[in-house]
Ligand binder design. Structure first.
Ligand SMILES: Cc1cc2nc3c(=O)[nH]c(=O)nc-3n(C[C@H](O)[C@H](O)[C@H](O)COP(=O)(O)OP(=O)(O)OC[C@H]3O[C@@H](n4cnc5c(N)ncnc54)[C@H](O)[C@@H]3O)c2cc1C
Length: 372
């Protein structure tokens, strides 16, 4: 007789891994069905910022949700270290957006004021800096920098170690992790039955869809909607260098191991994961204008990876009215939100609800008919 889990989590990316560990820690039996690296997988190619500033324009709930997560991150990183022995190298001493022209500088200020000026937003702390002040705070910053904004709450982690730690933590929490298990179909009768590609079936009382881009296909099977699309991002990685950049910039950061990562474009390219050398050139040029020493570093890797984006760019958290017990969670900042997913969203879903702060993220907001 096959096992009947309290919860089956469909997808073991950053979102599914954070939720599964959190739900198992509530004492539930949890299974993660994960297609694995053959799938489109944003979690394997991201820029690893834990980032608040500029987020949440037109969506105060998102500004506050992100704020909650960045504040939870130190405890989350400490918990992962404790459970797995893996240090994800959270550095959260602040981060910068930098401007290379007056127009860019005006935009940075307008976005910061726009986010913080919204009713209901707990304003995030930030300072507006001129070029000299940026160069004082970031030795190595070049003369082309006109200015920037700095927020003390921003930071970054080691991307690969984070993913490894999250998977090790879910195993440690007792989750039954099944790689190579692509869910082909979901049916609902006395619980959920998940058909696995190539044969096999898994049964669970409740499910969470965390399958990234494949949520768009799976969600309608349980009365949910996930109109997500791919958005391509390119990343460049250099050889390791002596530390010169002690805090991350939104598009340039030096990892704890010394590599410089240059990110991360936003392209509508369907499901293509081809790198775009034209855009890579622009990214590299901007990075060198910000930090001239980068010009002397060899590039060792470049890749393109697909973001999972909803029409308005904000997360979708939902639960099905027609198929009680079916939940959906998807977002485009799964590193930043991992802490709030594990500490807040997971315990609520384990109890069969969504937290008050996440109510605004239902998919219904995306289906409001436009006025004629
Ligand atoms: C270039 C780039 C830069 C980024 N930078 C940042 C950043 O700096 N900070 C930040 O917070 N976020 C960043 N992100 C976003 C972050 O990576 C994503 O939000 C996050 O990875 C989404 O995780 P996910 O689990 O929802 O989706 P995915 O990572 O896509 O994972 C989905 C999982 O579901 C599995 N799956 C798919 N279909 C099925 C199925 N039918 N059955 C079973 N399993 C299935 C896949 O194998 C995969 O493991 C970036 C993303 C990109 C692409």
């Amino acid at each position: 007789m096959s096992a009947f889990f309290d919860f089956a989590v469909i997808g073991g990316g950053l979102v599914g891994a954070a939720l599964a560990r959190g739900m198992a820690r509530e004492g539930l039996s949890v299974c993660v069905l994960d297609e694995g690296d053959v799938a489109y997988r944003a979690s394997r190619g991201n820029f690893a910022l834990v980032w608040l500033q500029s987020k949440g324009i037109n969506m105060p709930a998102y500004a506050n949700w992100t704020r909650r997560s960045v504040e939870l991150w130190p405890a989350y990183a400490a918990g992962l270290l404790n459970e797995t022995g893996i240090d994800v190298s959270l550095q959260q001493d602040g981060g910068f957006h930098l401007a290379l022209s007056d127009i860019e500088m005006e935009r940075l200020i307008a976005v910061a004021e726009g986010v913080n000026g919204q009713p209901g937003v707990k304003p995030y702390p930030y300072s507006v800096l001129d070029g000299d002040e940026v160069r004082r705070r970031l030795p190595g910053a070049g003369p082309a920098i006109v200015g920037g904004t700095y927020s003390p709450l921003d930071g970054h982690v080691n991307a690969l170690r984070l993913y490894r730690a999250m998977h090790k933590a879910l195993i440690a929490a007792g989750v039954d992790y099944r790689p190579g298990s692509r869910v082909a179909r979901i049916s609902h009768a006395g619980g959920f039955s998940l058909s696995i590609d190539g044969g096999g079936e898994v049964r669970a009382k409740r499910i969470v869809l965390t399958a990234g881009l494949d949520n768009a296909r799976l969600a309608p099977m349980v009365g949910l909607s996930a109109p997500v699309r791919p958005q391509r991002g390119n990343i460049i990685v250099t050889e390791k260098a002596a530390p010169f950049l002690k805090m991350p910039v939104q598009t340039v950061r030096q990892t704890d191991e010394g590599s410089v990562m240059i990110g991360d474009s936003q392209e509508e390219a369907g499901l293509s994961e081809d790198i775009n050398s034209g855009i890579m050139g622009v990214m590299a040029d901007r990075a060198i204008r910000m930090f001239p020493a980068i010009a002397d570093l060899n590039i060792v890797r470049m890749w393109a990876c697909l973001r999972v984006l909803s029409p308005d760019g904000f997360p979708i958290y939902d639960q099905s009215k027609t198929h009680p017990g079916a939940f959906l969670a998807t977002c485009h900042s799964g590193v930043t939100l991992a802490a709030v997913h594990a500490a807040v969203l997971a315990p609520h879903i384990a109890r069969g609800t969504l937290p008050e702060e996440a109510q605004a993220f239902h998919a219904g907001r995306l289906h409001v008919p436009k006025a004629a």
